[in-house]
Design a protein around this ligand. Structure first.
Ligand code: URP
Ligand code: ZN
Ligand code: ZN
Ligand code: ZN
Length: 510
């Protein structure tokens, strides 16, 4: 049997798709509890041509409108995953999910937009951007890009400006790990932060001390520890905490906002907590696996199972997961990503004799929305409104596309999910929609099931069936100067005013 129908006859012609798929471009989601980050109410949601037109109780419509029953269920903004790697060719062989299969999986799990990390091509940011535009042509949901910076010169600086001013990029990622490949030193990090600030673009960091990681890896190999457990042992949380603290202090020195991707440890989280407490604009992004899993899997006697869990920074000891959950519920961390980066077991097997050669990456793009609901809402740690904020709204605000995305409001894009809190989900590689042959959450069950996904006003997931069209996803341009930049110029002016005129000293004759 097939898991999803691919409608290929109507590339980019949404009307045709609509007729083939749902029969109407007008939808009414009836009687559900509509949840936004600021408010929830029982209401109907009326959609026309991909946009939410009205949110009110008892909306009356004609019979040309498709009505979807949501009584007793939550109607929420589709998830936005701030951290994915589809069709990635970096360090390791290519990932198995491309912009079509990864997005199809996302839609089946209630995520309706993602922001992927575009890589430079032969050192050029603009060539890298164009390369990703090509890769994303087969998209079936909306997407944006962050751009990775892996070296520094005048050309890179100019290209950053062009990407922000003309191409809809408003964030740049710097790798403090992957020594000899993408790792950048503090000098470059400072140059990059300054440029980001001048452009109103958000600086993001992969925070692990790459020199320490390299040292740790050498040590494990010398000790004869070559299995997946060597991955965790070689890069303990102290190297994540150190890099996180360093990046935060350098961003403070430059006075620019900072976004720390994949926060996996208490060490890193506490650096973020301390900075935020002092008033610094630092965003911390844990990922679904950091909330749901721990490092014990890396000691599994079956290599194929253990290798699935290799990702960087690594999963930590039990306790870090709970601390990250608590940090999310108290606002120390602000949103949840996945770092979805899909490799098959045959690719993971490249590192059978040496953990350093195991492709780094785990799945999550399809599972995140269910896991966060189960782990955070069902446990009583957060409310449905908090859930919307952590999985959608805050991401839209940080990347400056709110309330087009991240809200159920008149004028917002019709990216909507219906979650049944009384139903349950079960995760397995046998039923997931990613091309991966394994799943790090194999066999996991939980409460809450996303029964319907509406993306761009189209019903793409219903009755456990996907109806997706390659080419129907749109590139979402993200403008610079998000709310994180508000007030920075005032702080800069106060700092400049505080500098006294140079001290006049009498010349001392020798
Ligand atoms: O191990 C990981 N996370 N691979 C993807 C690249 C990155 O560092 O985010
Ligand atoms: Zn139609
Ligand atoms: Zn990373
Ligand atoms: Zn990543």
């Amino acid at each position: 049997f097939t898991f999803f129908t691919v409608i290929t006859s109507s590339l980019s012609q949404s009307n045709q798709f609509c007729d083939a798929g749902t029969g109407s471009s007008k939808l009414l989601v009836k009687g559900g509890t509509v949840v936004n980050a600021h408010h929830q109410q029982i209401a109907d949601v009326y959609v026309e041509d991909g946009v939410i037109v009205a949110v009110n109780p008892n909306i009356r419509v004609g019979d040309d409108v498709t009505v979807i029953d949501a009584f007793g269920k939550y109607v929420m903004p589709g998830g936005i995953d701030p951290h994915t790697h589809l069709e990635l060719d970096f360090v390791f062989p290519g990932t198995v999910d491309d912009f079509f299969s990864g997005q199809a999986a996302a839609l089946a799990g209630g995520t309706t937009m993602h922001i992927d990390f575009a890589l430079p091509l032969n050192g050029s940011l603009t060539a890298g951007f164009e390369d990703y535009v090509k890769k994303a042509k087969k998209s079936c949901m909306d997407y944006g890009f962050h751009m990775v910076i892996s070296k520094w010169d005048e050309t890179v600086s100019r290209e950053m400006e062009l990407l922000v001013k003309e191409k809809g990029i408003n964030s740049f990622k710097f790798f403090m790990a992957y020594k000899g490949l993408a790792m950048i030193n503090d000098e470059l990090l400072l140059e990059g932060f300054k440029k980001c600030k001048s452009l109103g673009a958000l600086a993001m960091v992969h925070a692990e001390n790459g020199d320490a990681v390299y040292e740790g890896q050498e040590k494990m190999i010398e000790l004869g520890i070559t299995g997946p457990e060597g991955h965790a042992l070689s890069r303990p949380s102290v190297v994540e905490g150190e890099a996180t603290g360093r990046a935060i202090r350098l961003a403070d020195f430059v006075n620019t906002p900072l976004y720390v991707v994949h926060v996996m440890s208490i060490d890193a989280m506490e650096e973020i907590a301390k900075a935020r407490k002092s008033g610094q604009k630092v965003i911390g992004e844990p990922i679904a696996s950091g909330l749901a899993l721990d490092e014990s899997w890396l000691w599994h006697p079956d290599f194929e199972i253990a290798a699935k869990y290799v990702t960087s920074p690594p999963m930590r000891k039990r306790g870090h997961d709970k601390a990250l959950q608590a940090a999310l519920s108290t606002g120390v961390l602000q949103l949840v990503g996945t770092d979805h980066c899909a490799y098959n077991s045959s690719q993971k097997a490249l590192g059978i004799d040496d953990f350093r050669k195991i492709p780094n990456g785990i799945n999550g793009i399809e599972e995140r929305m269910h896991l966060v609901w189960d782990i955070m809402v069902e446990s009583g740690q957060i409310t449905p409104s908090d859930y919307v904020r952590l999985t959608s709204t805050e991401c839209a605000r940080i990347f400056n596309i709110y309330p087009k995305k991240g809200a159920i409001l008149p004028g917002s894009d019709a990216d909507i999910i219906i979650l049944n809190p009384n139903s349950s989900f079960e995760i397995s590689a046998k039923s997931h929609h990613s091309r991966m042959d394994t799943n790090v959450y194999e066999g996991r069950t939980g409460k809450g099931k996303i029964e319907v996904t509406i993306a761009g006003g189209r019903i793409v997931w219903e009755n456990d069936e996907l109806k997706v069209t390659p080419g129907s996803g749109r590139y979402i341009q993200m403008p610079p100067f998000s709310y994180l930049f508000d007030g920075l110029d005032k702080k800069d002016a106060i700092y400049l005013n505080s500098l006294q005129a140079p001290v006049k000293r009498a010349k001392v004759s020798s």
